[in-house]
Structure formats: C-alpha cells, structure tokens
Ligand binder design. Structure first.
Ligand SMILES: Cc1cc2nc3c(=O)[nH]c(=O)nc-3n(C[C@H](O)[C@H](O)[C@H](O)COP(=O)(O)OP(=O)(O)OC[C@H]3O[C@@H](n4cnc5c(N)ncnc54)[C@H](O)[C@@H]3O)c2cc1C
Length: 677
C-alpha cells in the first residue's frame, strides 16, 4: 500500500499534502527523476517571455554589447581607483558607443529607462548606481525641479555625458531629515546672484556620488535666504530649494574657486562610484541657477510660488524625486534574481549524502534547503510583478500628473523600495550559506552582491524612515474613511472591507483546512488584508491613547514597531494582490499553472511565518495552522520540482550571472578552470 501511495504521488497531484515523513523519500526519487521536467523548456521559455515583456530586446542588446567588449567587463579583483575609471568608461561606452540616451528614455519611456538601469546593474552594480546618479538624480533633479530654461540649457549635455553631475543633498549631520539641512543660498540683489555657503562642518555635503572624481556640476539642496524679507527686516528663510552649482571647470576639470572637494574613500561596496564631500565658501551662481519649478525669486528679490507653504513646497520638491526610489526597488529585484539563480543552480548540482546504497541526492532535495530557497524564489517572482506594476504606475503618473496617482506612487515606491531591498539584503546571506564553502569564493559573487547591494537599504531614503511614510499615509486614509472621504487607489480594499475585517473572525472558516480553500486567492488575500486592517485599527487606537500623555511625537515613537509592522503588512498585501493579478493575466495555461504554484507558496509561506498573529485573534484555528504548515512544505517541494525552469525563465545570461557555480552547464568544470586546473 505504501508503495502504491508513493507511486500515485509521483503520478497525480494529491488532494492533501503528504505526511512530513514521506518528504525525504519523495525528494530522493525526485532527485533521480526530475533532472528535467517534461516540456519544462517550453514552460521556461513562455515564462521568460511573460516576465521580460517589451524590454527584452533592449536588455539583450546591452548584454550583447558587454559580451563583445571584454575590456568593459569588471574583474573579480579591482582597486578602487581602477574600478572608478572602469565604471566611468562603461557608462561612456553605453552612452557614446551603444547609443543609449538614458535621459531621453527617462523623459519619454521611463519603463525602458529602468530596464536599461537594471541591465547596467547586471553588468556591475556600481555601473547601475553611477547611471542612476547621473540620470535619475542629477538629470532628474534638473528636468523635474527646473523649468524650460534649465531643460534647454542642460538636457543634451547631461544625456550625452558632456555634463557629468551630482545630486548634493545629504550633509555630514543630516541625511534622512532633509528639512534640517544647513547649507545656505543667500540672494544678493546687487549682483543678481545666489551665494552658496557651508556655514559649519556639519553642513559639508557628504556621500555625494560622482563628486570625488568625475562630476562637473551639482544640484545643491540649500536653504533659500532672502535678505530683509523676514519680520522686522530680518533675512527670511524660505526653506530647502535646489540650485545648479558648477563644481569643476568644463575644459580643465579643475575644481572651481571657493569649492573644496574631498574623497569619501574606500567603501564596503560600490567602489566603482566616486563619492565625495563638498564644502562651499561663498560660491556665487547666477539667479537663473535656482531650479524654480516650485518657487522663484524675481530680480528685485521677491519670492513667488504656486504653493502656499514651505511644507507644501518641500513635499512637492521631494515628490518629484520618487523616480530614484522606483529604480532602486526595480534593480534590487534584479540582484535578488542573480543571487537566487546562483544558489538554486548550485543546489541542483551539488550532491551530498543519500539513502543507504543509493546515489547521493542533490542538496535541493533536502526539505531544509527547499525551505531556505523556494520561498525566496517565489518572492523573486512576487517582487518582479510588483515592481513592474510600480514602474507602470510611475510612467502613467508622469504622463497624466494625476493627483491620486502621485500620492499612490509616492507611498508605493517608499514601501516597495524598503520592503524589497531589506528582503534582498537578508536573502543574499542565506544564498551564500546555502552554497556552503564555495559560496565564500569571491568569484561566486555573494560577497560583492551583498556589499554592493547593502546600501540600497539606506540611500534614496532609509528603509525605516520610508516605512513610516507608508504607515503615516495608511493612518491618514483611515481617518479619511471615518470622515466619509475617498481613499486613494491602492488602499481601496480598506474601504471595501474594513467593517468585515474588524468583526470577529468567522469560527467556521477559521477551521477550514482543505487544500482548495488554502490555495484559493480569496482566502490568501483576505488573510493578508485582515492582518493589515487589524494592525491599522489597533495602532490608531494606541496612538490616540498615548498622544494624550506623550504628545504626537512621543506617541508615534511609543508605537513605532507596531507602525513598521503595519507598513510591511500592507506592502505584502499589495505584492500579493499584484501577483494574483499577474497569474490571472498570464495567457498560456501551462505557464499560468506554474505561476499559480509559485504564488500559492509565496502567500502561504508569508501566512505561516506570521502564524502567531493569526492564531492570537483566532483567524485560524489550530487544525488550520497545522494544515497551512504542511501545505507550505509541500508547495516548496512542488516548486523544487520546477525550480530549474523557474530559474531559467529569469533568462539571465552567463555574462550577468558570472559565478562559475551558477552556470547553466559545466559549472564544476568552469570553477576548476578558474582556479587554474
Ligand atoms: C554609498 C552612498 C552613496 C550615497 N549617495 C548620495 C548622493 O549621491 N547624494 C546624496 O545626497 N546622498 C547620498 N548618500 C546619502 C544617503 O542618501 C543617506 O546616507 C541616507 O539618506 C540616510 O541618511 P543618514 O546617513 O543621515 O542616516 P540617518 O538618518 O542618520 O540614519 C541612521 C539610523 O537611524 C535610523 N533613523 C533615522 N531617523 C529615524 C526615525 N525617524 N525613526 C527611526 N529610525 C530612524 C535609521 O533607520 C538608521 O538606522 C549616499 C550614501 C552612501 C552610503
């Protein structure tokens, strides 16, 4: 009977997950049998086409370009100065030889721009970041915060790299708290100029990409000071504004008078990017260099703006910079795919131990290994679809300037950037460990991936700070709901279902444990949204209670961990909703089935990891919790059976993977060759 049962498990998908004791035996059989799933290559190809969409051709063209140019490929070991020079040469080649015009793309087709950025990051993460500094940050600030005169003067020079530039916001004493920056830009009505000044060492611009070596301009964020315009003839502080400041001579590249630039030095990673520190001593720039889209100064020193308050102008200014965050979230998924590809391919290749007198099994056939890597593979798919949606929304926002969409993209980009980059950072270490000793060889990439990517959690907005923006927005929406107002796009589920979620959980459905029910997207989404709604409701009550004694700031701090959990929970709901949508929209049936399997694993793994929360409020009864656990393990096993195909569907060429142990074929041979055999 046992044999028959096992045999039937190989042939049919069972109605219920197998008992845990059967897993290793199953895995051993699978190891021998499932080298290649029948028709797997077709599924991988169809999936790849579905994932890459319309940017496939551009990315492939760039991969081919780098493949044909060994002189532009980053070696495993490279000193900082050489890495910086190579990175700049790579960028110049991309623009001047491969003919990419990143700023034009950013302006006319942002999705294509992000695809270029991801491909560049695949060649070297430093290159992706250098490109981001030049185009998303320096270029983006000029075209989004400036007006026509700035576009006319700078657009082409930025696009063709004649004007390499920087984005100088952060100072030694302030990064996240941008409103506390201290650099000043004081208007001089006599000469019609602004005077840029660093009032103390704490105001030295720090960490500025492109500043140490290559930059010729900087967008400098400074407090705009208007003499005699304040109360009683005092100088008026109009808040943070952005100014174009030339920092090096266009011809000689010498640092301009009044500017001191020092090198931030060797970093933990991203050493292809030259980060520098800038001090300004009464540097004069023409009045025209104020990026004046949200506020302007007339010849006679009068301030005008379409926005009524400093806070509104500040929000509008920072709001225009979300593109950088979108790019970071998108590229972080690219890094995760590379790490997961190396770890899964190696896990399939690596054989250790096995049943007595039988061949050794692949390490991916161990339940523990599946548990480490398969939910991560599922998350890569989930994040892929979520960031594609984010990029689409961003493109739509740029086209329409729709206010709801602007608010939506702002919060989504903060939440997804924070959630995805934190997840990727943790996962790279898990992948390294999953590859054992060989994961530690620099040539197998995990060290560089981890170090280069690590700062994605901090720049373009620190993750903890960004998640608080998400929580703040949810609370605002929550209050609106009770005032009867409308909710912005992504949060509609709160309006539709808050009442249901806040009622006591249904004791009957809390016990349902059938596989059909657990794999029903309605149940999965309901579980995610239920959790978010409860967290939102409870944190709102706690904030109200504590603010009476602690004030707003103190209450927020008292509830901070709760708020961060709320933000993450909401972002997970958004990611799952998008994944479910993408499964539904997949045109090919076999591909859809594979994606549905991956999506179920993503959803149930997340529910299981937070099962305490669900049990605490009796959303799931003990029998259901057990069934979720069992099914999650079983789905991990099922995904393992198609893991090779799911990885191949990322369609990352060897040039991008580079790690010998992550190669599609002859991995061991390539590794031994690299070492010199
Ligand atoms: C390699 C690199 C490149 C960079 N490139 C640029 C660039 O080109 N241009 C530029 O302007 N800047 C750049 N930066 C700066 C970067 O944007 C800042 O480091 C970032 O915004 C974080 O600010 P901070 O370093 O001041 O961190 P801080 O804000 O001081 O954060 C320190 C810690 O405190 C925590 N914290 C801070 N505030 C809160 C809060 N309200 N609640 C809870 N916890 C909090 C954070 O989570 C963090 O763990 C770069 C930085 C690096 C390292």
């Amino acid at each position: 009977m046992r044999r028959l049962r096992r045999l039937s498990l190989h042939l049919l998908q069972p109605a219920a997950p197998p008992a845990p004791g059967d897993q290793l035996a199953l895995a051993a059989c699978a190891g021998a049998r499932a080298r290649r799933v029948e028709g797997g290559a077709d599924v991988a190809a169809a999936l790849a086409a579905y994932l890459r969409g319309r940017h496939r051709a551009t990315q492939m063209r760039l991969f081919d370009f780098f493949r044909a140019r060994p002189d532009l490929q980053t070696p495993v070991e490279l000193a900082t100065a050489a890495h910086r020079e190579l990175c700049y040469r790579q960028l110049c080649a991309l623009v001047r030889e491969a003919g990419v015009r990143p700023l034009t793309l950013m302006d006319s087709d942002p999705a294509e721009y992000f695809a270029v950025m991801e491909a560049a990051g695949g060649a070297d993460i430093s290159l992706g970041v250098k490109l981001g500094v030049q185009y998303s940050l320096w270029g983006g600030s000029v075209i989004n915060l400036g007006t026509k005169k700035h576009r006319d003067k700078y657009f082409d020079g930025i696009d063709n790299l004649d004007y390499p530039g920087c984005f100088a916001m952060t100072e030694l004493h302030h990064g996240s708290n941008v409103q506390a920056l201290q650099t000043t830009a004081t208007f001089d009505p006599v000469t019609d100029e602004f005077i840029i000044n660093t009032p103390n060492d704490g105001a030295i611009k720090w960490w500025i990409g492109n500043a140490a070596v290559h930059g010729k301009f900087a967008t400098v964020f400074a407090r705009l000071i208007l003499p005699l315009q304040g109360k009683g003839g005092e100088p008026a502080d109009m808040g943070i504004h952005a100014f174009i400041v030339p920092i090096r001579d266009l011809e000689t590249h010498a640092v301009l008078p009044g500017i001191e630039i020092n090198d931030c030095g060797h970093k933990i990673g991203l050493n292809g990017v030259d980060n520098g520190a800038l001090r300004f001593r009464s540097v004069r720039i023409p009045r025209d260099n104020l990026l004046n889209r949200f506020g302007d100064v007339s010849r006679d020193g009068k301030y005008t703006s379409s926005l009524p308050t400093i806070n509104k102008r500040f929000a509008a200014t920072l709001g225009e910079l979300v593109g950088g965050r979108v790019g970071i979230a998108y590229c972080s998924v690219g890094v995760l795919k590379v790490a997961v590809t190396i770890a899964v391919r190696y896990a399939l290749l690596r054989h250790q131990f096995g049943p007595p007198k039988q061949p050794e099994i692949s390490v991916l056939d161990y339940q523990s290994h599946q548990n480490k890597l398969m939910p991560m593979l599922a998350s890569s798919y989930a994040f892929h679809f979520a960031t594609v949606m984010l990029v689409d929304k961003y493109s739509e926002m740029k086209k329409t300037n729709d206010e709801d969409l602007i608010a939506d993209v702002h919060v989504l980009s903060s939440g997804l950037k924070a959630y995805i980059t934190s997840y990727t950072a943790k996962s790279i270490s898990i992948c390294r460990e999953a590859c054992g000793g060989h994961g530690y060889a620099a040539v197998n990439r995990f060290g560089a991936l981890r170090n280069d990517h690590d700062i994605f959690q901090t720049f373009e907005g620190d993750n903890t700070v960004l998640l608080q923006q998400v929580a703040g927005d949810l609370l605002k929406q929550y209050q609106e709901k009770f005032k009867g107002g409308t909710l912005s796009v992504t949060w509609n589920y709160l309006r539709d279902s808050m009442g249901t979620y806040l009622a006591q959980p249904n004791p009957v459905t809390a016990r349902w444990e059938g596989e059909d029910h657990l794999r029903d997207p309605n149940f999965q989404l309901d579980a995610f949204r239920y959790r978010t709604s409860r967290l939102l409701h409870s944190v709102a009550a706690r904030l109200q209670k504590h603010s009476k004694t602690l004030g707003g700031f103190g209450a927020w701090n008292r509830c901070l961990n709760h708020l961060l959990t709320l933000a993450e929970s909401h972002i997970e709901s958004v990611i799952l909703a998008m994944f479910i949508e993408s499964v539904k929209s997949c045109p090919d049936e076999k591909t859809r089935e594979a994606l549905k399997l991956v999506c179920d694993l993503y959803a149930l793994d997340r529910i299981w990891k937070d099962i305490g929360t669900y049990r605490n409020v009796d959303y799931v009864a003990p029998n259901k919790a057990k069934a979720i656990h069992k099914l999650t393990d079983y789905l991990s096993y099922q995904v393992r059976l198609v893991a090779r195909e799911l990885i191949d569907a990322f369609d990352l060429p060897d040039l991008i993977i580079r790690a010998p142990i992550g190669m599609q074929s002859e991995a061991y041979a390539q590794y031994t060759q690299y070492v010199g055999f």
